[in-house]
Ligand binder design. Structure first.
Ligand code: NAD
Length: 511
């Protein structure tokens, strides 16, 4: 197998053929680590080395935070809002101009199919444009008149240096999802991207550099989570940590950041149910179910990884699911016809494989699609159904984060709600029924942050995003992100001479 760039756009080919070493981006300059240490980045399609990447240490993190702090107290902090927001729109324009480079680079680095990365990159541009608009129209305070004696009003102030720690499953989009609100509200940023997907984070730094932001406003320090990420979390002068990743990492980060009373936004793991009632539009439910678990190679936090299908339609639905699984095109992530590419990394491939193996041991029946033999060097897992599963199995309880769907049946509404809620996660959920009352009722009864009724995962950027239970803390998206990225201050102004207690004013009688 070789990497075939024939069908990639010229821009994509150029950028892939010219990948060099990746450095940090600190204070407006691309710099190696102070230690000169690097780590190796591999291609999941062939498992060959792509390049080496600067391995950030505490000193590199300190330099980035210092630069971000200086920018916050300097030019960026004093900049007029309209100018700041012009930068946001400029970044959006530049991302749009370079979609044909960024999307192939992302697919090359992560194994995500090109057709999907193109959409993710377009969404990344929207994130900047959206937050420019949101800050100018919705970042407003409240006013309280108190009996004509006081006027109290709130203002939103940027907090300072935001430490952003991101995963590899939709890296470019998820980085911008945090950077856009952080910068638009006036903070400065140190980004620690996932070590398995450094290429587009570096491209983003190049784009932001080209947009001409003052030095230090945006910084990237690459490196291993437990070293570089941990140094960012432990840094005294980083009051905000926005993290997206695994629940167990989120727990560790909160523990490590507790000493400095940081504020955390946590977007964590999921194990989301899709419940299909017998009156649902089955073809549409099938489309949504298949897309929801197999898009992004199944490496999707909101994936519907637990199917509960009504007993009376189960055998027909499962036959149709199997036919889809047989048909899904597994292959080269740079080919636009590919529907599932290789998983991000050999370690993750082993993790997903071990889950499938364990499910088999636990009594599940494994049904899989095909991976053509020519792809045997890559981290490919075929689309997989785990049939005959039950609620107690590990495969049902734990996040697998691959193209693996556990399939279960139900007959009773109350029972399926109970089982849908019987996991530690609560990120998303999907309900399919043509009974309107039931749709609303079941959606409200599922304990998760985001529910969709008769819909696939379509999100308007104005809506809140986040999970309940162990899927997260807080909400990002829309104006909800302002709660995290700004400090609300209340200012009380007296309009009148209101009574003030006069301690010590009357002369004491001395005996
Ligand atoms: P991960 O937790 O392994 O890593 C995420 C980031 O944290 C990486 O940048 C990593 O280097 C860093 N990190 C690791 N250990 C750290 C530490 N001790 N201190 C500071 N930083 C540290 O997650 P992953 O494997 O990259 O991503 C997959 C996970 O992300 C899945 O669980 C998925 O559900 C979750 N995810 C959640 C959402 C959401 O919005 N809820 C979105 C996407 C992905």
């Amino acid at each position: 197998m070789r990497i075939d760039l024939e069908h990639v756009s010229e821009a994509g080919r150029n950028v892939i053929q010219n990948i060099g070493s990746v450095n940090h981006y600190i204070n407006g300059a691309f710099t190696p680590s102070t230690s000169k240490d690097t780590f190796i980045n591999t291609n999941p399609y062939t498992n060959e080395t792509i390049n080496d990447v600067a391995q950030g240490n505490e000193q590199d993190v300190n330099l980035a935070v210092k630069a971000a702090q200086t920018a916050f107290h300097g030019e960026w902090g004093q900049m007029k809002l309209s100018k700041r927001l012009q930068f946001m729109n400029r970044i959006a324009d530049l991302i749009n101009e370079h979609i044909d480079e960024i999307a192939p680079l992302e697919s090359f680095d992560t194994g995500l199919p090109l057709k999907q990365t193109k959409k993710m990159v377009a969404r990344a541009a929207q994130n900047f444009r959206f937050y420019a608009e949101m800050v100018s129209t919705r970042l407003v305070g409240d006013v309280y008149n108190v009996d004509d004696e006081f006027l109290n009003y709130t203002i939103h102030k940027p907090v300072g240096v935001a430490g952003l720690i991101t995963p590899w499953n939709a890296p470019f989009m998820l980085e911008t999802w945090k950077i856009a609100p952080a910068l638009a509200t006036g903070n400065t940023v140190v980004l620690k991207p996932a070590e398995w997907s450094p290429l587009t984070a570096n491209r983003l730094a190049e784009i932001i550099h080209k947009a001409g932001l003052p030095n230090g406003v945006f910084n990237v320090v690459h490196g291993i989570g437990e070293i570089t990420g941990a140094a960012l979390v432990a840094h005294r002068d980083v009051p905000l940590i926005s993290f997206t990743g695994e629940t167990k990492t989120g727990v560790e980060i909160q523990r490590n950041g507790a000493e400095h009373m940081k504020q955390f936004s946590m977007e964590l793991g999921g194990k989301s149910p899709i419940i299909i009632f017998d009156d649902a539009d089955l073809e549409r439910a099938l489309d949504a179910c298949v897309w929801g678990i197999f898009s992004f190679n199944g490496e999707r936090c909101t994936a519907n990884s637990r199917l509960y299908v009504h007993e009376s339609i189960a055998s027909e639905f499962i036959e149709r699911l199997k036919a889809r699984v047989d048909n899904i095109r597994v292959g080269d992530p740079l080919d636009e016809a590919t529907e599932i590419g290789p998983l991000i990394h050999r370690n993750h491939y082993d993790h997903v494989k071990s889950h499938i193996h364990q499910a088999k041991e636990d009594g599940a029946t494994v049904y899989q699609g095909n991976v053509p033999a020519e792809y045997d060097l890559g981290c490919f897992i075929p689309p997989t159904l785990l049939l005959n599963t039950d609620q107690t199995m590990r495969a049902v309880q734990e996040e697998i984060f691959g193209p693996v769907l556990t399939v279960m049946t139900f007959t009773d509404e109350a029972d399926v709600i109970e089982r849908a809620n019987d996991v530690r996660y609560g990120l998303a959920g999907y309900v399919w029924t043509n009974d309107m009352k039931r749709g609303h009722r079941v959606a409200a009864a599922v304990n998760a942050g985001m529910l969709w009724v008769n819909a696939q995962n379509v999100r308007d950027l104005r809506t809140p995003f986040g999970g309940s239970k162990q899927s997260g803390i807080g909400r990002e998206g829309g104006h909800y992100a302002f709660e995290f990225y700004t400090e609300v201050q209340i200012i009380h102004v007296a309009l009148n001479d209101h009574p003030i207690p006069q301690f010590g004013k009357t002369n004491r009688e001395v005996h």
